[in-house]
Design a protein around this ligand. Structure first.
Ligand code: ATP
Ligand code: MG
Length: 335
């Protein structure tokens, strides 16, 4: 069988440095991957004069598996987020954001194991109905929820829960106020929950969910929610396990999958060898699992766990003094 080709998008800010760590590690794991580099975001503007060049779209479609650094979208009118564009273009409807406690991180909790499943294509990210009054006195945007997309994401959550032997799904919504949109999401969720009695289903209003996540995070297992709530909840969850440097994300579609960090390009620490590469390394573990390479995934997870627990060569956000490259080296030595 031909080697699996992986499209690598280094991205902007800290992207190239953390992606380099992840690629070195994947190389060391000897999975027989071949890497094709593609560019998007500011890096692509510099190289090709375009935020999302056609050859990048072609390489994603061709290889179907992508490891990607954070991308910067210029602020201002006329620029839709490139991340959002990619998710829509490749119909990456499910965004999986697992957080797991690692000993040795600066976290208030020890037993966290939560997966947030975020609907990735609609809600307030639909991009529809963007209007700004000419005098700047008002602005509006459309939040779209379709029965089909709600149903796809909730079904996806139950399938995943079963596959991973998880016990409970929390449907997070705001149907008391957003009666039409969040209301539709909740009613679709309830219909699907009835078909899966072996999994406990719980409903929670998003504001309460935020409080409960801080007070009793151990009570959560799998969360499924709409786009914007999923965005916010997943950063909250990252905070439960030591911060954004610990939070990976998989964007899954019928055809393609893009693995990345939850965080952005962190321009404040870019180019300083300070970034924690764990988020994209954990995203690489998701990638390995996606390709069925569960032994390699387990091996890498153990190496990351051990490096962070030992704590002698971790990055600043984890309480250490090492740079991105020393931390990466410490993981490589354990493989
Ligand atoms: P963007 O607009 O690309 O999202 P941002 O300014 O919002 O950029 P984020 O990347 O979202 O920045 O990061 C928020 C904060 O978390 C920053 O202070 C950043 O330094 C920190 N941070 C993010 N990722 C990491 C990481 N991998 N390692 C260490 N610190 C990080
Ligand atoms: Mg950000």
């Amino acid at each position: 069988m031909a080697n699996q080709r992986i499209t690598i998008i280094p991205g902007d800010g800290i992207g190239p440095s953390i992606i380099e760590s992840a690629v070195e590690i994947l190389d060391k794991l000897d999975c027989g991957f071949e890497f094709d580099y593609a560019y998007a975001g500011l890096a692509a503007v510099e190289k090709f004069g375009h935020l999302l060049p056609q050859q990048t779209l072609d390489l994603i479609a061709q290889n179907k598996v992508v490891l990607k650094g954070p991308l910067t979208t210029p602020i201002g009118e006329g620029f839709t987020s490139i991340n959002v564009t990619l998710r829509k273009h490749f119909k990456l409807f499910a965004n999986l954001r697992p957080v797991i406690s690692f000993k040795g991180t600066k976290s208030r909790y020890e037993q966290i194991d939560i997966i947030t499943i975020r609907e990735n294509t609609e809600g307030l990210y639909s991009g529809l109905g963007q209007k700004m009054a000419e005098d700047g006195s008002s602005a509006e945007a459309t939040s779209l929820i379709t029965r089909q997309a709600a149903s796809n994401i909730v079904e996806f959550a139950y399938k995943l829960a079963k596959r991973e032997g998880r016990k409970k799904i929390t449907l997070i919504h705001k149907a008391n106020i957003l009666k039409s949109t969040s209301g539709l999401f909740l009613s679709v969720g309830r219909e699907i929950a009835k078909r899966h009695p072996e999994i406990t289903t719980e409903e929670m209003i998003v504001d309460n969910a935020c409080m409960q996540l801080v007070m009793n995070p151990e009570k959560f297992d799998v969360i499924v929610t709409t786009n914007l709530f999923g965005d916010i909840i997943s950063d909250l969850c990252a905070g439960l396990v030591g911060g954004l440097g610990m939070a990976p994300s998989a964007n899954i579609g019928e055809d393609c999958a893009i693995f990345e960090a939850v965080h952005g390009s962190a321009p404040d620490i870019a180019g300083k060898n300070l970034a924690n590469p764990t988020s994209v390394i954990l995203a690489s573990i998701q990638l390995l699992e996606h390709l069925g390479l569960t032994d390699k995934a387990a091996k890498l997870r153990a190496a990351v766990r051990d490096t962070i627990e030992k704590g002698d060569r971790t990055t600043r956000d984890l309480g250490g003094t090492a740079g991105t490259s020393e931390f990466t080296q410490a993981i490589l030595e354990r493989l």
